[in-house]
Design a protein. Structure first.
Length: 585
């Protein structure tokens, strides 16, 4: 794998230069003449046997011999009479940082004199303050380069270096008549790992993933991290598009294997978008945007797959970015509203509950469907703030209705997969405390797929909520990986039959077996059943014949704003002939 390895000078041994030492009995004149003959010699060590005992400073000796009669007076005297008997002596493996501190503490004159280097206390050479400064400067520059060009967590090239590599790869490809493939890799639901296990585990997981990605690539390929859970791979000099496909599939296979991080066994998947150069007038930036667009297309296809860029994707990405940007202002501008759909007890026709349904009233786009903006909110991390706001508004509104003297009913709030984390019980308790709503009047709706993200953790969270008195139900039952074994372990009170099962039952000719079976199974487990999507009189009679407990759908009422709910709570639904009407309860 390509890596730019900085020249990193770690110890004093890198500054080692051998200087012929003087013996303590060497005459001052002899040492003086050595200085005169070697202009770049700043100091000479004095060594007895192999042990350094002193240092002769060039300036000091030259200044002495510049005076009259010095040769006659001092020339024959041993150099030991003039040497500095307290030189800086350090092992060759002393760190550069420690060496710098030693010199600063001893006095800056030693920057000029230099220092003696030893190995096992025996003289091996010298170093100079000048070389030390160069080494410190070089290392600082290397460190700054690394900070500017590499990701600090994984050590991989960052966006700046990646763009440089990509530009170079593209220019090379044109000359060699080869292709370059850029893979944009985004981990699926990675935020859930941080929310569930914490950022320390999340960071360790990213480092493990970086290692696995490197193992899938050739030596001359480049892998980089753009930030968060986004990685990129540059495949240089490839002969055909099929090479990129094979590498992407190899990456998906590698990531699908369990990753052991601390005490956790984690499974991740990724969505991969691929853009090819030179299919178009591309720069490095536009190639990244194309691969990014292809990656989002892969997510829309269900994640854990590979998608090549096509021009149709650009418009889709532009729209997604528009939605994400608008979402960031929607909370501040109170653009989110909640409508409420009644839950009707089929035996009495009474409205016994309300489902809080989020709506986004965008000033330009109008009403934006939750199917459009919720996935975007999940991916960009806004779903937690949005979800908490929905929970607060719904609970506060339910309390307002109760204080107005209306019959108390439970309010059902849908949860996103990202919200199913250890902090959920604390959030719910905080909202209940703030709004004054009793826990028995709140129900949280979760899909099967949310619960199956981490079954054991989901069970623990639901038990905490149940201990608080908050009920939970499984929404869209039958569309996920239904399993009686985990259903029996979950502290849930209700199953909601997905609307798709009722939609196909319009007349006696249509087979109601699946609906009937789900109702019977739920009742055998002492669970209530809610049928979603009730639209016709025939569907109502079918549900009643199979003892379904509750239903909601357009047959009773479309979702309505809070100020229209009062009449629904005061009355009950009565079927008269083929008509349905509200009568005072």
């Amino acid at each position: 794998m390509k890596q730019d390895i900085a020249s990193d000078i770690d110890d004093a041994g890198s500054l080692l230069k051998y200087v012929q030492p003087a013996h303590p009995t060497t005459s001052m004149l002899e040492v003086f003449e050595r200085f005169i003959g070697q202009e770049n010699l700043y100091a000479i060590p004095v060594v007895e046997g192999e042990t350094p005992i002193g240092l002769i400073n060039r300036n000091k000796l030259v200044e002495l011999f510049s005076k009259p009669f010095t040769r006659e007076l001092y020339g024959r005297k041993p150099i030991s009479d003039m040497m500095d008997a307290r030189p800086i002596i350090v092992p060759v493996d002393e760190s550069i940082d420690d060496l710098a501190r030693i010199i600063i503490d001893a006095g800056m004159q030693y920057m000029y004199d230099g220092f003696i280097l030893t190995r096992q206390s025996a003289y091996v050479g010298m170093g100079t303050g000048h070389d030390l400064l160069n080494a410190i400067t070089e290392r600082k520059q290397a460190h700054l380069y690394h900070l500017a060009h590499y990701d600090q967590l994984t050590g991989l090239p960052n966006r700046l270096l990646l763009l440089d590599r990509l530009t170079h790869a593209c220019s090379q490809a044109l000359r060699r008549e080869k292709l370059v493939a850029l893979l944009f890799i985004d981990l699926d639901r990675f935020k859930l790992v941080n929310d569930t296990h914490g950022h320390v585990v999340g960071d360790l997981l990213l480092k493990e993933i970086a290692g696995r990605l490197q193992a899938c690539l050739r030596r001359n390929d480049t892998i980089g991290r753009l930030g968060g859970d986004e990685f990129t791979v540059i495949l240089e000099d490839i002969p055909c598009v099929g090479v990129a496909t094979r590498v992407a599939e190899k990456i998906l296979q590698s990531l699908s294997q369990a990753m052991k991080i601390e005490r956790h066994e984690l499974f991740v998947s990724a969505s991969i978008g691929i853009a090819i150069f030179p299919f178009g007038d591309d720069t490095g930036e536009t190639l990244i945007k194309k691969a990014d667009a292809a990656m989002y297309s892969a997510k829309q296809r269900g994640r854990n797959c590979v998608q090549f860029f096509s021009w149709e994707m650009s418009a889709a990405v532009f729209e997604r970015q528009r939605i994400e940007n608008s979402l960031r202002y929607a909370l501040e501008r109170d653009e989110f509203v909640i409508h409420y759909q009644p839950l009707v007890e089929l035996g009495t026709g009474a409205v016994v509950g309300l489902e809080a349904l989020l709506r986004w009233s965008h000033p330009e786009m109008g009403l934006v469907s939750p199917d459009v903006f919720i996935p975007v909110a999940e991916e960009c991390g806004l779903i937690h703030e949005i979800g908490a706001q929905v929970l607060r508004i719904a609970c506060r509104q339910n309390r307002v209705w109760q204080e107005a003297g209306l019959p108390p009913v439970k309010i059902a709030v849908n949860l996103s997969a990202c919200q199913m984390a250890p902090g959920l019980p604390a959030l719910v308790q905080s909202v209940l405390d703030q709004t004054g709503l009793e826990p028995r009047y709140l129900e949280l709706e979760l899909t099967e797929n949310i619960l199956l993200e981490n079954v054991e953790e989901s069970i623990a969270i639901l038990h905490q909520l149940s201990d608080m008195g908050v009920k939970a139900s499984i929404d869209d039952f039958g569309t996920g990986y239904s399993s009686l074994s985990y259903l029996q372990r979950l502290p849930i009170s209700t199953l909601k039959i997905d609307r798709s099962f009722l939609k196909v039952i319009q007349s006696p000719e249509d087979d109601p077996t699946i609906v009937a079976t789900i109702i019977a199974m739920a009742h055998s487990m002492k669970l209530d059943v809610i049928a979603e999507g009730l639209e016709t009189r025939y569907q109502l009679e079918l549900l009643q014949s199979h003892d379904c407990d509750y239903a909601q759908g357009y047959y009773f009422s479309r979702p309505c704003p809070a100020d229209a709910v009062a009449d629904l709570l005061r009355n009950r639904y009565v079927i008269a002939g083929n008509a349905l009407r509200l009568e005072r309860g």
